[in-house]
Design a protein around this ligand. Structure first.
Ligand code: FAD
Length: 394
């Protein structure tokens, strides 16, 4: 079999790319190691920036999202027993759309496979890439039903297989660089079967450690608690989790947290990385396969969508008009937004983690950061633009 593009991975990046290629009649095959049921339920992100929603909408990929998502344009900092509302939509005109990643993935799979008739193969094993530095690469995988090795020849491979995929590791080490940053903290990521306790994202800044509240749906809320990196989630029985969330998030005048069954509890060691360049021969990396951004500012899925949009247009221009300018510019154009978001996440992380670092200098600096965005209109606008992903320098 031969197609112009093989896409490895059916996350937000791979499925958005596949959908746009289908709409432009560029043939592609999507290979995914997990089952359809699994990817339609895997919980993760939930906040999509308005520019990304509008871009999906323009491609006919956001109908259900726009109907069902709640839009939020404010967040709240809770510190020293006080609440500080930050109204970023008033400053930027843009909001976040609260839409759980599994719902977005479900919509994108349905549109790709059931509506646009796209070819997607679930449960594949042992994906291997060959000939990336030539002009006719191929992808091999094991068919889950027959156990046979299958091969697809192509012009391009899109590496959309996330942080633990194979495509990044197919790039020879000497070809580029991997920049890595370790935040030195863990986050206990929690999903509670409980309605949100606030109408916006809440950042709790506390000497015990940072905590956050983020809506996912009317029935489910995501919470985070800063913990030691590598900490065992078993050390956090439900009663301790709720007690600590109350300590770190409660302030006078705020409604009490609505508690519920905890359906996810895992520790994320907060780190980020960036692969540069994001291409190697005929391989184009996109999303978490190319860059991980710790979920401090809810940026990862937005970057994955940005890559997919850029890469799709570049493949379409090549395949339909012989125009390679988009492919040549892809890595540089993507990395500008990636580095903006990395730097912003690091800046915000220090504001959130400084006060619990045990270091008086970091705590003092973090306080100054917060006072600046709450007190200076110019600083507030800069922060708001970064928070909602607007105005990325070209
Ligand atoms: P993925 O979603 O990881 O998709 C990759 C796909 O490739 C998967 O389906 C995987 O099964 C498949 N795969 C892996 N290996 C192979 C292989 N060898 N062959 C074939 N297929 C393979 N981002 C935000 O923007 N906002 C948020 O609010 C937010 N919150 C988050 C909260 C948590 C707890 C976490 C962990 C992440 C969060 N993120 C958030 C980040 C976001 O989830 C990721 O950035 C996003 O999933 C990246 O999409 P992707 O398509 O690049 O990769």
């Amino acid at each position: 079999q031969s197609v112009p593009v093989v896409i490895i991975g059916a996350g937000p990046a791979g499925l958005t790319l596949g959908n746009i290629l289908r709409a432009a009649s560029v043939d592609c095959v999507v290979l995914e190691t997990e089952s359809r049921e699994f990817i339609e339920q895997r919980p993760r992100a939930g906040f999509i920036e308005e520019w990304a929603v509008r871009a999906l909408q323009e491609r006919g990929l956001a109908e259900r999202l726009v109907q069902r998502a709640q839009a939020q344009g404010e967040c709240e900092f809770r510190v020293d027993g006080e609440r500080h509302r930050f109204r970023y939509a008033e400053l930027t005109g843009d909001r976040h759309f609260v839409y759980p990643q599994p719902l977005l993935v479900t919509d994108l799979v349905r549109e790709y496979a059931d509506v646009r008739g796209g070819d997607i193969r679930f449960g594949v094993r042992d994906v291997a890439l060959h000939g990336l530095d030539g002009d006719r690469p191929s992808v091999l995988y094991t068919d889950p039903e027959t156990g046979e090795r299958r091969r697809v020849d192509c012009e391009f491979v899109a590496g959309c297989d996330g942080a633990r995929g194979v495509t990044r590791t197919s790039v020879p080490q000497e070809h580029g660089s991997l920049a890595r940053y370790d935040y030195g903290v863990g986050w206990l990521a929690l999903l509670a079967e409980a309605p949100p306790s606030s109408d916006c994202v809440v950042f709790g800044i506390h000497p015990n450690g940072f905590a956050a509240h983020m809506a996912r749906s009317p029935e489910v809320t995501r919470y985070y608690l800063e913990v030691r990196p590598g900490e065992d989630p078993e050390n956090w029985p439900d009663a301790r989790v709720w007690s600590e969330l109350r300590t770190r998030l409660s302030v006078a005048g705020a409604p009490a947290l609505t508690e519920g069954r905890l359906i996810e509890k895992r520790v994320l060691d907060m780190h980020s990385y960036v692969v540069e360049p994001m291409t190697y021969g005929r391989l184009f990396l996109a999303g978490d396969a190319a860059h991980l951004v710790a979920p401090i500012a809810a940026k990862g899925m937005n970057l994955a969508l940005h890559d997919a949009l850029l890469l799709a247009d570049a493949f379409v221009a090549h395949c339909t008009a012989g125009d390679d300018s988009g492919l040549n510019a892809y890595s540089g154009a993507s990395l500008r937004r990636v580095w903006e978001y990395q730097e912003f996440s690091q800046w915000l992380a220090e504001l959130l983690h400084g006060p619990s670092s045990g270091d008086a200098y970091r705590a003092g600096s973090a306080g100054a950061r917060l006072r600046r965005i709450l007190g200076s209109p110019a600083a507030a606008t800069t922060f708001a633009n970064s928070y909602i992903g607007k105005g990325v320098a070209r």
